[in-house]
Design a protein around this ligand. Structure first.
Ligand code: ZN
Length: 510
């Protein structure tokens, strides 16, 4: 809409003191505009270009994102992992949040909009500052005031945990896989404590589930998990004990080569809780294959049976199951929703990138073909980072497809995986003169079709949420962007859903 002579995002218009602050499109860029409503402008602390008459054009820098989060608390992440339902959506490109907002404003689930692993940071050349700032700006642009989380995903070291927490990330997913020994590892002796606590006992967890350990099973649990448990304890003590940060803690033991058995899950949870480690979520590795960007592969009946027991264990100790690589697992979403009794955290990541590429295939099939050929040429290199097993020979030859057929590749499991894992190489590919081969053209296209991209994402993620059994909200709350009329009367915006005390950032430094 036209507003004060700018191409403004309507829902971004907010008053603060004597100024109005909003986001506007200017050619290829999006900027924040601050303008006085009457008389002197509010001194807000943004750094930008003076446009005269007290107006300021503010570029979307990290410093300005920090100022924005200070004045508009709904643009900063908050804790939400302990709510019944939460859902994490990665955004590798930094452009998906408007589409995510479109879907999350109408479902009863807490969204984690900022979620990236160190691996993804490296492959996309982004920092956690970039990841969080992109979300803060998008949340402001769309006037989304319901609150969102930020997940330092799959962090493996105290250094990375400290980095994410220092920026105000509201959730840490601790990846314990470097400390999990391969299946078959076995402790040599049983200390009296283990004997005492586990042997000749039946653990009755309710809901018809009881567990007991043989000596051999116990020795194996200790052998495989003792170091990982010690690592999680150390990180907990250093960062989470006594609520040192406003952040939730997730334990991830899913990046292993074999599924987590119910006994192993119980052992890890019991050892951690007995040691006083409290955590909001735990991610086991489930049976079958959770490969990126495609549906579940494996025995759905067996999955149903096992997740039922995992669900009982989680309820027994009082945390939620976290389901990783959750994108496109349509055939098991109903059982995840049912067996967790609607209490879960699910994460997806690269599926937003695939939807972005679907937009490319639709509006510029020629550019898509170029990307596709390049992806095929670098598949082996990319496969080193991800566990996927596509059969490239199954993918239709892209040059034989008509333009209208090209977008259909994004519904083809093998083609999805090919494009899914090559994102880093595609984005970073450079020409001889140092310019990007694809990146700039792709971003320009996405910008010119941002409405369509948002629609694709909303439909795709919405399908995930409905199959998980998440209820739709009839009248989305918290979309309290004021009307221009209200602004001219000097009325402010209410930040529904966020308590003023829910401030981001560390309360003390590590
Ligand atoms: Zn994981």
């Amino acid at each position: 809409m036209r507003y004060l002579g700018f191409d403004a995002y309507e829902k971004s218009i907010h008053t603060i003191g004597s100024s109005v602050v909003f986001m506007a499109r200017e050619g290829d860029a999006t900027v924040i505009i601050c303008a006085p409503q009457a008389g002197v402008p509010e001194p807000l602390g943004f750094t930008g270009q003076d446009l005269g008459d007290g107006r300021l054009r503010v570029p979307l820098t990290h410093e300005n994102a920090e100022v924005l989060r200070k004045h508009f608390p709904f643009t900063a992440p908050v804790r939400g992992l302990t709510r019944d339902r939460s859902f994490g959506v990665g955004d590798r490109l930094g452009i998906a949040t408007p589409g995510h907002i479109k879907v999350f404003e109408s479902y009863d689930v807490f969204p984690v909009f900022a979620q990236q692993s160190i691996r993804e940071l490296n492959l996309t050349g982004r920092t956690y500052e970039d990841v969080l700032d992109a979300v803060s700006f998008a949340v402001f642009q769309e006037g989304f005031t319901k609150g969102f989380g930020a997940d330092g995903d799959h962090l493996k070291t105290g250094k990375d945990v400290a980095y994410a927490l220092s920026l105000g990330f509201s959730m840490i997913t601790l990846d314990c896989s470097d400390y999990i020994k391969a299946e078959g590892a076995q402790a040599l002796t049983l200390s009296p404590r283990y004997q005492d606590q586990y042997l000749n006992k039946t653990f009755t967890l309710g809901e018809g589930v009881s567990l007991s350990f043989t000596e051999k099973e116990l020795l194996q649990c200790i052998g495989v998990y003792a170091d990982a448990i010690a690592f999680a304890r150390e990180i907990y003590t250093r960062f989470f004990k006594d609520d040192r940060y406003e952040a939730d803690f997730e334990i991830s033991i899913d990046e292993t080569s074999t599924p987590t058995t119910p006994l192993q899950h119980f052992f890890v949870a019991k050892e951690l809780t007995d040691a006083g480690v409290s955590f909001a979520t735990l991610a086991p590795r489930f049976c079958g294959e959770f490969q990126k960007g495609i549906d579940y592969r494996g025995d759905v009946a067996q999955f149903d049976e096992e997740i039922q027991v995992h669900g009982v264990i989680a309820r027994h100790f009082g945390y939620k199951l976290s389901i990783h690589s959750g994108s496109d697992k349509f055939s098991v979403f109903p059982s995840i929703g049912r067996e967790t009794q609607g209490v879960f955290h699910v994460k997806t990541a690269g599926t937003t990138w695939l939807e972005a590429i679907r937009v490319v295939a639709l509006v510029d099939p020629r550019l898509y073909r170029e990307v596709h050929h390049y992806a095929r040429s670098v598949f082996e290199e990319a496969a080193a980072y991800y566990h996927v097993t596509p059969n490239l020979n199954q993918i239709p030859e892209v040059d034989t497809l008509t333009d209208a057929e090209v977008p259909g590749l994004l519904d083809h499991p093998d083609a999805r995986q090919l494009i899914h894992i090559t994102y880093g190489l595609i984005l970073n590919k450079k020409n001889l003169d140092g310019s990007y081969t694809f990146k700039d053209r792709l971003y320009r296209l996405w910008r010119n079709h941002e409405g369509r991209y948002a629609d694709f994402l909303a439909a795709h993620i919405g399908k995930h949420l409905s199959l998980l059994g998440v209820k739709k909200i009839e009248h989305p709350l918290g979309m309290a962007a004021p009307s221009v009329k209200a602004l001219s009367r000097g009325m402010g915006t209410s930040y529904g859903g966020i308590s003023p005390s829910a401030k981001p950032g560390p309360r003390i430094s590590p």
